[in-house]
Design a protein around this ligand. Sequence first.
Ligand code: HEM
Length: 224
Amino acid sequence: MSSNAVSRSGAASHEDLIPRYTLRERANHWIGALAYAYLLVTGLAFWSPDLYWLAAIVGGGPVARFWHPWLGLVFTLSVFWMFVEWRRDMQLDSNDRAWAKAMPYYIRNEDDKLPPVGRFNYGQKLFFWGMFYSVILLVLSGVALWYTEALPWNLRFVRYAAVLIHASVAMITIGLFMIHVYMSVFLEEGSLPAMIHGTVTRAWAWTFHRSWYEALSGRSRSKQ
Ligand code: HEM
């Protein structure tokens, strides 16, 4: 049976599996995901009195207020580490522009007419850069809010700007986060096991990230 005939995510023999994420990449990803989940719950609790009950889940308002900035730093470091590890694979290139032009095929479910994709697809790259630049704005405005007492009164516009930036950028990340979880967990069958176990089937790689798969197979053939 050709490897491409194997189900995208279903049971596969060990020879069918290829590495997609290292242990370090996965550990960092899940630290970032947990930190973000905490920031989301506590941030929403601070945002509206109607959502303050969410703080009870994590030990009450004062506990949430204490940990929110610290977990913000953990999330920032995690995203910066993703930048260190993935920045090359996340570069937007001519292939992504060709893919964007061919998007109507994607919408019509005619995936065979789309240009082959590298390690990350156009949407994954947009998500990554969206999160990366959002984190920079969130951490800068977050630190200004953390040490707001230290800001002299004549610099009060910094406080106002920080409140506005922190809340609106957080909203953008919530949108990105929801799309990310929906796409990677529910739409691309086989992606979640990749982020858990680190491997994907050859069929999955060929279907969703053909250029990456071909580059990887070429490299492993030349090593033999
Ligand atoms: C509970 C929440 C989350 C779940 C279930 C989740 C799930 C996943 C999965 C399954 C993948 C692998 C996709 C693939 O290789 O095709 C992935 C990749 C990735 N995740 Fe998450 N993730 C979560 C939260 C986050 C957060 C908060 C960030 C913040 C930056 C993030 C950033 C990324 C990035 C940059 C990638 C690589 C590119 C991509 O697939 O989009 N994830 N995630």
